[in-house]
Design a protein around this ligand. Structure first.
Ligand code: NAD
Length: 376
């Protein structure tokens, strides 16, 4: 199962996005944070931070590990898995030393492993808080997959744990590192088509196997909205550049057996302080929604598909095509986080950013439960 039901990766041209870090002026910060560099190395070489992937499922196998082969500042250094056969397979495939392979019981011993700088949590959503908090307590920076957690209060606990440990936290919002999405952010920010008035965004697909964790409330936290509706929500928030204040939502369940524990299809509207309105949709019951359109007072721009791993493209009301070169979004996302760590700055996809989405998601579920428009 993937977030993206359509054919995925293509080439890996990363022009124009990752800036070349010719010199790392932040050498002193790096040494201070990791304690690993000898002084001579600090001044002369770029360091690739070592990532340990926690959870070796579909995303780790098909996107993240391949992405780590295209990074400049990040490398696969370790793994954490509950399945011994997977550990053996990954060890052989990626030439990983046994000392860098952990299971869920001895995971905390990663604290003493200097090869690992960053934990990348790629487990079912409900497990994100525990493995983020344990990772932070082990003294590692944490990149955690979306959605950050099942609740905003869990997000807060994750943020607190990383702050207490003096470590950075980022969420796997890969679209923020995708050039077509970035171009649309620019069109909105620079008001190329005038003031933004209305956004239409949606993402959905037909989910298969009824026994998978994505349909279990404790592991998934919710259904289509938590899994892929969050992309439409993110798009609206980054296009509007502000936080929604009012939400109204409706859900429909046409298969109450399969979707007994989680949502099947939801539509929701959001009102932003400037008056921008957004109408959004998400589903686990059919394919074909993967887009956003931004309508402004002098024209519009849109992406369709908007959230795929590759092949993202769009149009504008001027007749222009938006189609930037395909890049590896995961490679960009991880390198961006590594650079934030190396340069001692916060990620644009910080834990706080992840928690903002969970607050809106909770408001959407609240609106569905109460049948009312709710404040965020
Ligand atoms: P997956 O089902 O393919 O893999 C989940 C992994 O967790 C498996 O290795 C499984 O063995 C392990 N696991 C440990 N305990 C488990 C338990 N109790 N129940 C089920 N699995 C357990 O899932 P995935 O598609 O790799 O998704 C993992 C995370 O990545 C999720 O948070 C998901 O939302 C996110 N994700 C993000 C993207 C993206 O584009 N950013 C795409 C897919 C998934």
């Amino acid at each position: 199962m993937k977030d993206n039901p359509s054919p995925l990766e293509k080439s890996t041209d990363r022009r124009g996005f990752i800036q070349k870090a010719g010199t790392l002026a932040a050498g002193a910060v790096v040494a201070g944070e990791t304690g690993l560099w000898a002084p001579r190395v600090q001044s002369q070489e770029k360091k690739k931070l070592g990532y340990a992937l926690v959870g070796l499922g579909g995303l780790s196998t098909n996107q993240i590990a391949p992405g780590l082969e295209k990074t400049e500042h990040s490398r696969l250094a370790g793994i954490v898995s509950g399945t011994p056969s997977k550990i053996e397979k990954w060890k052989a495939k990626y030439n990983l030393p046994a000392r860098n392979c952990y299971n869920y019981d001895n995971y905390d011993q990663i604290a003493t492993n200097p090869d690992i700088d960053v934990i990348y949590v790629v487990l079912p959503n409900g497990m994100h808080p525990e493995y983020t908090i344990r990772g932070a307590k082990a003294g590692k920076h944490v990149l955690c997959e979306k959605p950050m957690a099942n609740s905003a209060s869990d997000c807060q606990a994750m943020i607190n744990a990383c702050k207490d440990a003096g470590k950075k936290l980022a969420i796997g919002y890969r679209c923020q590192f995708e050039p077509n999405n970035i171009e649309c952010m620019r069109l909105a920010r620079e008001k190329v088509f005038g003031d933004l008035k209305m956004i239409d965004a949606g993402f959905g697909f037909r989910i298969g196997n009824p026994d998978q964790w994505r349909l279990k409330a404790d592991l998934a936290g919710g259904g289509a909205l938590m899994d892929v509706g969050i992309y439409a929500l993110q798009a609206c928030r980054f296009l509007a550049g502000e936080e929604p204040v009012e939400i109204s939502a409706q859900e429909t369940k046409t298969d109450p057996m399969k979707f007994a524990e989680v949502d099947e299809s939801i539509v929701w509207t959001m009102k932003f302080p400037s008056g921008v309105l957004a109408y959004c949709s998400t589903t686990y019951n059919f394919s074909g929604i993967n887009r956003f359109s931004a309508h402004c007072d002098k024209g519009w721009f849109s992406l369709d598909p908007a959230y795929s791993y590759g092949g993202i493209k769009g149009r504008t009301s001027k007749g222009d095509v938006i189609e930037k070169p395909v890049i590896d979004q995961f490679a960009n996302e991880m390198d961006n986080f590594s650079k934030c760590i190396l340069e001692g700055r916060e990620s644009q996809v910080s834990g706080e950013e992840g928690m903002r989405d969970l607050k809106v998601i909770e408001a959407i579920y609240r609106s569905i439960r109460t049948g009312r428009t709710v404040k965020v």
